[in-house]
Design a protein around this ligand. Structure first.
Ligand SMILES: [Zn+2]
Length: 85
């Protein structure tokens, strides 16, 4: 199931969004734990991908976000994060 990426203005919005999603497997809501976060470029658009796991059934899935706005704001911060890896 492909969901068009949500445009966020803040990283916190991503976590808030994930918090309100229901598990595609067990339908539990707000059970997702973020396991990882990665920045990918789709075309010329920066996307943040959150890899999450449902704490109820163990189902893992990804949520993508369009972080064009965040990227513009926190360019420096994300650059530092990238260099640390
Ligand atoms: Zn689940």
């Amino acid at each position: 199931m492909a969901t068009p990426p949500l445009k966020v203005a803040d990283i916190a919005e991503e976590y808030e969004f994930v918090d309100h999603q229901s598990c595609s497997k067990c339908s539990a809501k707000g059970t997702f734990i973020v396991l990882g976060q990665s920045l990918v470029k789709i075309g010329n658009t920066p996307h943040d991908v959150l890899h999450v796991r449902c704490s109820s059934c163990g189902n893992e899935q990804d949520f993508s976000f369009d972080v064009t706005i965040v990227f513009a704001q926190y360019d420096e911060m994300l650059g530092l994060k990238d260099a640390k890896k």
